[in-house]
Design a binder for this molecule. Structure first.
Ligand SMILES: Nc1ncnc2c1ncn2[C@@H]1O[C@H](COP(=O)(O)OP(=O)(O)O)[C@@H](O)[C@H]1O
Ligand SMILES: [Mg+2]
Length: 400
């Protein structure tokens, strides 16, 4: 990737604001204040908050610290906020961006960060192009730039010292929009509702404050496992980072699972037919993003309006398929990826939750047909037939 891809920081932050504006135009939001939520039972907080229509007005410490750091124009410490197979994810205080930095040696593999950047860019472009057509409210973290390990030595000299020890050697790096974590009131409700304690009792307030105060629990995203019934959590494994929320507890809390699942169906169709990407091992998470204040919404200089959004991320294991290939080949590549990796945790199980699977399927078919007609490919591919083949494959392939 050439260094001409690099943009300057002013352009970058303007871009993040543009994407937040575009999202807020599409969505009819429902505003909740932390004051209102504080008085509710944990189940109610989760039911009210975890929808893609909610905006939580919060006096977040993130907002205050970000404001201070921008005022002083200081380069501040860079912290790790996530880890995976290919590398680690970092944030810089006061910045709306996240950096995915590749593990040493991973750049030599076919599924390296440069490959991921190209897939991510293609998926983002497909979502931009077809989003209004299919009305999909899943968001892709907006790419900012890709920096090569070899290029731009002054850039590395400047920024590497801010990284935590152990991450200070140059490595290929993607900079993208940071998915903001769940606001504190939601993090607290997750602990109250799901922290495992004996005899099904809710955790006591000391435990709640201790778990809430762990630094790693600040970066809380929620993985939406519509294909998994439940996961037994233990105090040792309990973490708010990528908290696994399965369909049974979602239904118990009363979340609008149908709407979320339909969005996931549209997102797979956008990846497949819009971007020609197989979607292998992608992740769906509920996170948040800042939207501009609206007239009438309670606002103070330190408050923020944090909209809850469903995000699609991690394209590290994805592959491109040329839609000019024979349709059998394309169908095989797409359905193959749908049953591998973590995908079966995100796609509703067609045996155990047939009604939920039907919602996924209908949304996928509708979106796929629209995209194919727009691309004049509707005579080459038959989405109904593809879904039929996926169902047969999933039935055969999966151990129920
Ligand atoms: N743009 C982002 N904003 C906030 N958190 C992120 C972002 N990208 C990734 N993460 C967090 O970091 C984790 C690891 O990132 P991921 O891209 O999945 O890496 P890997 O390919 O190595 O699995 C994710 O599961 C998520 O929790
Ligand atoms: Mg990952």
């Amino acid at each position: 990737m050439s260094s001409s891809r690099a943009q300057n920081a002013a352009d970058d932050s303007a871009r993040s604001n543009d994407s937040a504006d575009a999202r807020s135009v599409q969505t009819a939001f429902r505003y909740l204040t932390t004051g209102e939520l504080d008085g509710m039972a944990a189940t109610d907080v989760l039911r009210q908050s975890l929808t893609i229509r909610s905006v939580i007005s919060t006096a977040s410490t993130y907002a205050k610290r970000a404001q201070r750091s921008q005022d002083q124009s200081l380069l501040t410490e860079i912290k790790e906020i996530g880890e995976g197979l290919q590398g680690a994810i970092f944030e810089q205080l006061g910045s709306s961006q996240a950096m995915k930095k590749e593990k040493l040696g991973n750049e030599k593999l076919p599924f390296n960060l440069n490959h991921e950047y190209r897939i991510h860019a293609a998926v983002e472009a497909a979502f931009d192009r077809f989003n209004l057509l299919v009305d999909c409210q899943v968001y892709i973290p907006q790419l900012v730039h890709f920096k090569e390990k070899q290029e731009n030595q002054p850039y590395w000299d400047n920024c590497l010292q801010q990284f935590p020890a152990g991450h200070r050697r140059p490595g290929d790096m993607i900079t993208m929009e940071k998915i903001l974590p769940m606001p504190k009131v939601v993090r607290e409700a997750i602990i109250k509702e799901f922290y495992p304690v004996a005899n099904n009792q809710p955790p006591d307030s000391t435990t709640i404050q201790k778990v809430l105060g762990l630094p790693s629990n600040k970066n809380s995203l929620i993985r939406t496992y519509f294909g998994k019934e439940d996961i037994k959590l233990s105090p040792d494994s309990f973490t708010l980072r990528n908290f696994p929320l399965c369909w049974k507890p979602m239904e118990r809390v009363g979340l609008d699972v149908d709407t979320l699942v339909a969005e996931v169906g549209k997102a797979y169709a956008l990846m497949h037919w819009g971007a020609g990407v197989n979607g292998d091992d992608v992740e769906f998470v509920l996170g948040s993003y800042i939207i501009p204040s609206e007239a009438g919404a309670a606002s103070t200089p330190d408050s923020q309006h944090r909209a809850i959004g469903l995000f699609l991320l991690d394209f590290g294991q994805c592959s491109f398929i040329d839609l000019a290939e024979d349709f059998h080949v394309v169908y095989q590549v797409f359905r193959g990826a749908m049953v591998t990796g973590d995908n079966q945790n995100f796609i509703p199980n067609l045996r155990k939750t047939p009604a939920l699977f039907a919602i996924f399927k209908n949304a996928y078919i509708n979106a796929g047909q629209k995209i194919l007609s727009e691309k004049h490919l509707e005579t080459r591919f038959d989405i109904d037939e593809f879904m039929q083949l996926y169902e047969e494959y999933a039935e055969d392939f999966l151990l129920y």
